[in-house]
Design a protein around this ligand. Structure first.
Ligand code: HEM
Ligand code: HEM
Length: 187
């Protein structure tokens, strides 16, 4: 058994980080494109796809948080306290928004009294009764929350690149796949 603190993120943490990141960016492009489409069968299909992938993202984010809470995270690279606190604050905000996006979409869908299926296969329950006020609030959270999420992702990715290029520390490398496996017990 290794008693060393974890040096890097595990394969599972890395896979979930990059998969969820890609899905969220793809979902943003899909969401922004589909709202511009003229009413058609194709539009209905794209909406249904957006909702199904969004529910999948919700499941993956919950899985990621469970995995995270059950394993020790690698200690941050040496850096000033304000950067460490800033990074932890942005990470918490990213987690909150990763939940807020699919949940606000689901509440918006339910408050609009639309049915919801997961890939046409599983009937999903309604999480809100039909309600025009809730529909409006959920829509605003879904729309503006996405841009807030994108702003934080830009800050987050910029910080990761700065660690790599300027500080030349392990922060980015230890989240990248294809490098040596982590010490046992790392998340
Ligand atoms: C990772 C998760 C998600 C992301 C990043 C995301 C992102 C977006 C974005 C950027 C838009 C365009 C907003 C606008 O400009 O009006 C949108 C629209 C929409 N999303 Fe999502 N979404 C996610 C999950 C979901 C889920 C789970 C549902 C429903 C179960 C959903 C339902 C909708 C609906 C119905 C619209 C269209 C709203 C309209 O017609 O004005 N989304 N989404
Ligand atoms: C939608 C896109 C993204 C989201 C939602 C996201 C979210 C997160 C979150 C919540 C963490 C904290 C992990 C934890 O403590 O459990 C994290 C870590 C990390 N992310 Fe991202 N991320 C995204 C994109 C990116 C991009 C584009 C890069 C690099 C260019 C990046 C680099 C990193 C690195 C290096 C870490 C580890 C930080 C450390 O070890 O302290 N992320 N990410």
């Amino acid at each position: 058994m290794s008693l060393r603190p974890a040096q890097r993120w595990s394969r599972v943490s890395q896979a979930l980080h990059w998969l969820i990141g890609l899905l969220i960016l793809g979902m943003g492009v899909l969401g922004l494109t589909m709202v511009q489409m003229d009413p058609s069968m194709a539009k209905l299909k794209v909406y249904a796809l957006h909702k199904s992938i969004g529910l999948t993202v919700l499941m993956l984010v919950a899985l990621r948080l469970l995995w995270r809470s059950a394993h020790e995270a690698p200690a941050p690279a040496p850096m000033p306290a304000w950067q460490r606190i800033g990074a932890a604050t942005v990470h918490t905000a990213l987690y909150l928004l990763m939940f807020a996006m699919p949940l606000s979409g689901w509440i918006y869908n339910s408050a609009s009294n639309f049915p919801l299926q997961w890939f046409g296969w599983l009937q999903m329950p309604s999480v809100w009764s039909p309600d025009p006020a809730a529909k409006q609030v959920a829509h605003a959270i879904h729309e503006y929350g996405f841009w807030l999420l994108m702003a934080l992702v830009a800050l987050h990715a910029g910080a990761a690149v700065k660690h790599h290029v300027v500080d030349k520390d392990e922060t980015l490398r230890r989240m990248l796949p294809g490098l040596p496996p982590p010490a046992r017990g790392s998340p």
